[in-house]
Ligand binder design. Structure first.
Ligand code: CA
Ligand code: CA
Length: 331
């Protein structure tokens, strides 16, 4: 009996000691690892609230091909610190925001787990749309057409890699390691009904000089990497907004994503901006022949109600008429 009493007493002490820590750590939005510098905290937590949901930043979610699921990492543990995951409220796993006052480009990902291990968290940018994808002469399996990427390399820093079809052409790591540019926070509820983790980081616009200006259209995709390195030369774990289980080839997944999302500018991602647009829908097919017809029929793989715009050209390529209709009876 004496031994049992001591065990019971020890349990109560431990429980009482740890309980407040557990409650604090699960507060949604709580920044448990702030940026290490005054400037970094001013950018990532501008109102100094210590909570990402009330600090004045309105991130814009990147488009999704599929709702970012649990258990789709190409490599690495499901539910771990390279597992991207959508929010229970329907929000995606990757976000961007442009702080036009301070000229900073901010990034956010939602992860199912977190760690201090060295991993890569990349946003790959496509700015030359004609040079992207299998139809481009520059296409390779190494790089389907990205011009640069911004990578949070935990344990190392934040690096901007310039890219060509063969890989990296130059790299610049911001001074001071990752801590000045990086914060971790408890996320909102994920699709599994529990909180995950936000990794927020930023780069000064000046670090993208010659690569991107605020009015320049671009497309971007977020991905995690099994080591702290480039997403082009490294091994991808999880691509945001893509169910990676549907794409054995990572390049095919990246192509499908980029070719489906609309271009955007940083100015669209500042306060009051329009944010990312809708996915580009699959092009409907018209039934031939058209000559002599007064009614045009066609098919589409999109859902009922999808708006379809039909433009009819003559034999000289001159636009004759434009008509908009809605998809019905989709079977
Ligand atoms: Ca995932
Ligand atoms: Ca994914």
């Amino acid at each position: 009996m004496a031994i049992s009493s001591r065990k019971l007493w020890a349990f109560f002490i431990l429980f009482g000691f740890f309980l407040p820590t557990v409650i604090v750590a699960q507060t949604q939005g709580f920044i448990y690892k702030p940026a290490s510098t005054t400037e970094g905290r001013a950018i990532l937590d501008p109102n100094s609230t210590g909570n990402v949901f009330i600090n004045g930043i309105s991130f814009f979610g990147l488009p999704e091909l599929q709702k970012e699921p649990l258990s789709d990492p190409r490599t690495g543990a499901s539910g771990g610190h390279t597992e991207l995951i959508a929010g229970q409220d329907g929000s995606p796993a990757a976000f961007m925001y442009y702080d036009s006052n301070n000229e900073k480009v901010l990034f956010r990902i939602r992860l199912a787990g977190q760690s201090t291990a060295s991993k890569g968290y990349s946003f790959l940018f496509n700015t030359a749309f004609e040079s992207f994808g299998p139809r481009s002469a520059n296409f390779t399996q190494t790089n389907p057409g990205f011009q640069f990427e911004v990578v949070l390399e935990t344990g190392t820093g934040v690096t901007i890699y310039e890219l060509d079809k063969n890989g990296i052409t130059s790299e610049t790591t911001l001074p001071g390691g990752e801590n000045p540019y990086f914060q971790k926070a408890i996320s909102d509820l994920t699709i599994t009904g529990v909180t995950g983790f936000f990794y927020d980081f930023y780069v000064p616009l000046s670090a993208l000089s010659g690569l991107l200006d605020p009015s320049q259209p671009f497309k971007a995709v977020a991905t995690t990497i099994t080591r702290a390195q480039s997403g082009i030369t490294g091994t991808l774990s999880d691509i945001a907004g893509v169910d990676d289980r549907l794409y054995r080839n990572r390049t095919a997944a990246l192509v499908s994503y980029i070719e489906s999302v609309p271009a955007i500018t940083l100015n669209d991602l500042q306060d009051g901006g329009s944010g990312f647009g809708n996915l580009v829908t699959a092009i409907p097919t018209a039934r031939n022949p058209l000559e002599g017809e007064t009614t045009l029929h066609g098919t589409s793989t999109e859902v009922d109600g999808t708006e379809i715009t039909v433009r009819i050209y003559n034999g000289n390529g001159e636009l004759q008429t434009t008509h908009t209709t809605s998809l019905i009876d989709n079977i």
